[in-house]
Design a binder for this molecule. Structure first.
Ligand code: PLP
Length: 390
């Protein structure tokens, strides 16, 4: 058995999802706000395109990089929507954004190379870096700075082994959307040190105030930017498994080669569905998420539980550190850590959230508001009771 692999933990979010499912199977009533996926159905137009593809017997291998029409349509959309300059030949269609990220990391790092990751971080970055035999180097993005990294903090972590930096804005788990200044700061450090920027923009269409800014659009002369995106969050297509990376042609070629040996093309029917998805406007989903964000943030404010106001994605990062500020047992229950708190919330209160330590942000809890308004109201009622009792 590969020892380095055995040391990589199972995804914490999946662990919680499975625990809640088994409790629900036992008949427990639990409000589950752990999911990282939209609760909408895939748009009908997209489903129809998939049925059409099946009826047309579009069921054979395609090019490993994906069908030409989809790659070109993606490049076109990235140009129109995010001002990015990629051609169809630079796009690789992958099994979700997840595969695109792994392949990009694998392509640009050698063993022992260092990759900068801003924390709080999405659960798969560090395991993926380790699976590439590269070394994750954490740069805390502090709550005091809206969970955006300071340029000086990034600079401090640079060594001669630093090869790449992962950027994720809009951010999972915090809901932060990086300011242009922050993005320019990251770009400046990357340019000075010849780093690859791997920009995970899977929540690009879920920015609530203003437009999404893609770091690759800030200086078109800097070519070492790999942009990752996909259809999971933007079109409620998590199960279809379709994402992509957009990279300089020499990197795309290596990624295609790798993918040709690993998994070949993404499901042919999914690709036709994704092509159709690019013609579907999903603004209605964003507007519903915006309403839900209001419900959650207004509710938390009324209850008096602190949180970070989310500017994008569909997560609210709630601060429970008031339970940990040296209080004695007489003030209420004392929790060992946020994992214990998350378990108590599930088992005693019937509310499932993901503890912040899963994202290197202990005593925060991630609440996903990709859930019905009714469920969100139930969750707020539970949190009010929890606050009253603690
Ligand atoms: N990046 C981030 C930050 C995510 O939250 C997710 C999914 O949860 C992904 C990438 C990957 O999504 P998918 O592989 O479904 O495209």
């Amino acid at each position: 058995m590969k020892e380095s692999l055995t040391k990589i933990p199972f995804s914490v979010t999946l662990k919680y999802t499975q625990l809640v499912q088994s409790l629900q199977n036992e008949g427990k009533d639990i409000v589950r706000l752990t999911a990282g996926e939209p609760d909408f159905n895939t748009p009908d137009q997209v489903k129809k395109a998939a049925v059409q593809a099946l009826n047309d017997n579009f069921t054979k291998y395609t090019s490993a990089a994906g069908i030409r029409e989809l790659r070109e349509a993606v490049a076109d959309m990235l140009g129109r929507q995010y001002n990015l300059d990629y051609k169809g030949t630079q796009i690789v269609v992958t099994n979700g954004g997840k595969q695109a990220l792994y392949e990009a990391l694998y392509a640009v790092t050698d063993e022992e190379d260092e990759v900068l990751v801003f924390t709080p971080d999405w659960v798969s970055y560090i395991p993926q870096i380790k699976m590439c035999k590269a070394v994750p180097v954490v740069v805390p993005a502090l709550a005091e700075n809206g969970f955006e990294p300071y340029e000086e903090d990034i600079r401090e972590k640079i060594t001669e082994k630093t090869r790449a930096v992962i950027v994720n804005s809009p951010n999972n788990p915090t809901g932060a959307v990086y300011s242009e200044d922050t993005l320019r700061g990251i770009l400046k450090v990357a340019m000075e040190n010849d780093l690859w920027i791997i920009s995970d923009e899977i929540y690009a269409n879920l920015v609530y105030d203003g437009a999404h800014r893609s770091i690759g659009s800030l200086d078109p002369t800097y070519k070492k930017v790999i942009t990752i995106n996909g259809f999971s969050k933007s079109h409620a297509m998590t199960g279809w498994r379709c994402g992509y990376c957009a990279a300089p042609i020499e990197v795309s070629k290596e990624i295609v080669k790798m993918q040709s040996h690993l998994s070949s093309n993404v499901n042919s029917i999914t690709q036709m569905a994704a092509l159709e998805a690019l013609a579907v406007n999903t603004d209605y989903m964003r507007e519903r998420f915006r309403e839900r964000r209001e419900i959650v943030t207004n509710g938390l404010q009324e209850i008096g539980i602190p949180f970070f106001f989310p500017k994008g994605a569909f997560y609210c990062f709630i601060d429970f550190s008031w339970l940990n500020e040296g209080r004695g047992a007489e003030t209420g229950k004392v929790y060992k850590d946020d994992d214990e708190l998350a378990m108590e919330l599930i088992k005693e209160y019937g509310l499932a959230l993901i503890p912040g330590s899963a994202f290197h942000a202990p005593w925060f809890m991630r609440l996903s508001y990709a859930s019905s308004e009714k469920e969100l109201e139930k969750a707020l009622a539970i949190l009010k009771r929890f606050k009253d009792e603690n």
